[in-house]
Design a protein. Sequence first.
Length: 140
Amino acid sequence: MESKCLKPGLYSERASGGAPGELAFHGGRCRCGYSFFPMQSYGCERCGRHADDLTAGLLSTRGTLLAQAVVHLHANSNRIAPFTVVKVALDDGPVVRALLAENEFEGKPGQRMLAKLCPVERSGAGETTFDLRFVAVDSI
Ligand SMILES: [Zn+2]
């Protein structure tokens, strides 16, 4: 049995720092202090610096829930509904949208959130594929 991440260019488990196995986004930081996700080299959205002023870095997946929406019917019939999309303000700055791990969710804006790897349904030769999903946490 093999396992792999669905989007290894966007996130990975931290090798050091943070809790063991905690996920980190592959983002970037500008010399001015602005953080962004995903990493890009076109220019800072705040100050316009580019090239060597932008450096790749890991961003915490810890954050605070801003909004959520339950999708009951998706235009792509291969997407199994319902599922919940959450908008999370990361503690390191960027705001991201991702799927929630659970189907039942009573969270409200301000809820603390953390990303984890969840198995996703994939057909294939016994290979399990994982993708990032957010979960609500009591305190982090
Ligand atoms: Zn900047």
